[in-house]
Design a protein around this ligand. Sequence first.
Ligand SMILES: *Cc1c(COP(=O)(O)O)cnc(C)c1O
Length: 432
Amino acid sequence: MQFYSTNHKSENVGLEEAIFRGLPQDNGLYMPVAINPMSDDFFAKIDRMSFREISYEVSKRIIGDSVPHSVLREIVETAINFDTPLVQVEDDMYCLELFHGPSHAFKDFGARFMARLMSFYLQKTHKEINILVATSGDTGGAVALGFLNQPGINVTILYPSGMVSNIQEKQLTTLGGNITAIEIKGTFDDCQKLVKQAFLDSELTKKKNLSSANSINIARLIPQSFYYYYAYSKLKAKGKPVSFSIPSGNFGNLTAGLIAKRMGLPVEKFVASTNVNNVIPEYLETGKFNPRPSVSTLSNAMDVGNPSNFARMAALYENNVDKIREDVEGYYFTDEQTKEALAKVYAESHYIMCPHTAVAYLGLKAHMDKKTKKESGVFLGTAHPAKFMDVIQEDIASHIVLPASLKVAMAKEKKSIQMAPDFRLLKDFLLK
Ligand SMILES: *Cc1c(COP(=O)(O)O)cnc(C)c1O
């Protein structure tokens, strides 16, 4: 499979180059040149397939022969070695819990798949690389845990000081080994800008063999399409159209769903659910894409003012907002509404959601309320509520059971390097 740049000014590259470059030189994003549909036979038997079988078939279709099939199967099986329950929360409303991996957020799917794919290529070439990644919370933990102790790979993580949860910070800053955490005195957008600058700096990329692990990396996006098929497989027998609500920040998760649909997955609607950082819901309403500085909210992994995967969404639909609207609906919610939803769902269904998941729940509700036709609605559960204990109302938070691995991380001591959001400082540090 070849990959093109959404800016169309860089040449097409193969999978290996797309993964290790992360970002094309023209500052676009990589996308597969062709998105081929899954076979009718695949959809006919999907409800009898396991998550891993589905994932293997889908990855093979996207990646083609770039990786030997036996290797791909092993990558899929070792990357996705945890459960993905589809939990019914209300009539026709299900939470797809994507948070049972090591970092307890959905980003484990992308990070673990990508780490193994990179390892495969690095073992062949005996190269060493430096992963540079910006995180608004969950990427860092997933990348750190996904890449920990992988030979030939060093990881540097930039996160906004004071803007990630206590548990998230511990996950980033307590692993040691090949993982370094830099605490930026700024916002997530500052972190993301620094990473972008680093990738456009030829001295740095040459000397340090830089690679990205953000959702801009195509290797992160591919495995995020697997679970849309899986949720569909579980609901197929109900015979109703299926819609998905995705709590969104950089829109990698939603874009992966759009790719799944383009590959033939029958999805009625995608709901782009955001907090007050509503650049995409606003775009869907007005047709104008107006990026701006992010505002901090309870659902901090979605505090993104310039969603990077918008370029991919636009490319998929030829920059035609009317076409996007056919598949995607947008809603945004305040922290107040998020808290109310969390409390309401706990009171009525005894189900505890993290604030991001609560935003997705609200988006799905808003979508379903408008429909006359019955649908099966899936909202994506993107993080374990335990990771957001400190922002969940005390009497609800007290019922959350902390997963064992989070307990271990909490007991460790934080180690980070503090830095102002100044590219010069970052460059010096990385070159040192
Ligand atoms: C990263 C993240 C999101 C947003 O995902 P995008 O792919 O950036 O849109 C939502 N919820 C949680 C918990 C996350 O970590």
